[in-house]
Design a protein around this ligand. Sequence first.
Ligand code: AGP
Length: 591
Amino acid sequence: MCGIMGYIGTQSAQEILLNGLEHLSYRGYDSAGVAVQKENRLQIVKTRGRIDLLRQKCQDTPLDGTLGIGHTRWATHGPANDLNAHPHTDARGRIAIVHNGVIENHAQLRQMLTARGFVFRSDTDTECAAHLLRLLYDGDMLRTLLLAARYLTGSYAIAALCADDPSALYCIRSGSPLILGTREGESYLSSDIPALLPYTRELTVPEDGEAAVLRRSGIYLFSAKGQRRRAQTFHVSWDMQSAEKGVYPHFMLKEIHEQPQALHSPPIIRKLPARAPSQAVLLGCGTAYHACLLGAYYMERLAGIPAFPEIASEYRSRIAFPYRDCACIAVSQSGETADTISAARMAKARGAVLVTLTNTLGSTLERMSPAALLTPAGPELSVASTKAYTAQALALLQLALRWGRMRGTLQEALSEQQLLHLPHWAQEMLSSSSAIQAYIEPRADQPLFFFIGRGADAVTAREAALKFKEITYTPAESYPAGELKHGAIALIHEGMPVIAICTQPEWLHKTLVNLSECRARGAECVCFCLPHMEKDAREAADHVFVLPDMPPLLAPIISVIPLQLLAYYAACKKGLDVDKPRNLAKSVTVE
Ligand code: AGP
């Protein structure tokens, strides 16, 4: 939610900020703005809308200078308009800030500042931080920032420029992501790694509550008490191409096509506990929660470990039983999802051993966990998550196998050879893209879709429906197939697409009966099934898509791919912005 970028060096700040914001625009795209410092003056350009509009405005009014900050917004307080766009400044335009996060006590601060004569120009929570900095400013921006932080509650990563100080860029973080990078004569800050990849791969992450001063000579970290801490850098191996669309029209299509690669290698493991737990709680949101559902299925089915998947934002309202011998697996592509972070903290406080499964090295969740699994999916930039999901599902399956072996409770053997074949099945799946496209395009305007399945296939149905809603804006329901007749079947109408996923032999016939029930009520029925199920599927469905011949246990990792494509082609047909669906942001850093 919101992306911030900052630069100090020798090149045009405007250009670097605009390029960086383009990479960050998946985090929000309601408005954008930059502030560039020239000698003792701050120049600001901002606009409602996306980065290309900002770029146009900057062409009309080029900003000269080698020190600046930029922002791309996902609106939380106040509509998407020019006034609410960041950067925000104090009344004299001498201090400019950009902010990612939510200042929860903004109403009280606004009241206090208004009473002291400060005049607000926007509806944002951020503006109160700009005025607060002015109120506290004593000529030393670092000291002022640290002092202001004592008055702010909520989550924030703030970058600030001060017109009096043309040799430094300041920032501070609490609960929101902030990545710092440096190379000869230049320092950078950003909300995420991909925006920094064109410039540097030597990165630093300030601890929560820490501030940093970025100079041309390097990065200087300071604790909340103002004590200097030596910055530790880490190296990211993601390459530039991984953050570019390349030959693909959208990041989503590129990322769908990167799944064979994402399934190629196991996750990188950092310090997993030597003993397997006797139970597991899995926490995540959205697609990551669906990976938790699949993970719990694997934990129980393969390792005999009782496993409890939980929606992270709901987990917090659960009664706090203390845990014994329990692992909490926090699943998050970004590692920055506020709900997942809070829930993981709670599980940790209840006594669970925290294991983070993330795609993002250096993210908040990764850093707060004693143990982590890092998926090798590479940066995922489309708001709709695809390759992260399949990589998470595989990582959880591998963890279940590992724990099952350790406990001597492995229930069903899967050979290494079978796992190694996953990328080939993913590739085979991708080669059926045109059949999926041909099916969905004439139906893209249908008003309602149903996705059904049983067991692990019900998880795939949920993920398919989420993807469909998210990027096509079409209502899509997912139901465990057997549950339909308990109410939702009332929604079935003539010609409505009902899509069944059938990869689990033990449930095939029951699901097909449920599909026939829909067909009898006028639905147009579709079935995705394994080859040996095709004949039966054709009896119940109007359209059958045959998946590769793979072990049913692995099928949920692959069968989601055509359903991602289904959503993708429907959204394209409707002419929608696939990578940046309305109202959404990639990284949800507010609760
Ligand atoms: C998926 O397509 C969504 N955009 C969303 O549900 C996402 O999976 C969720 O917000 C969790 O994100 P995370 O994996 O970065 O924690």
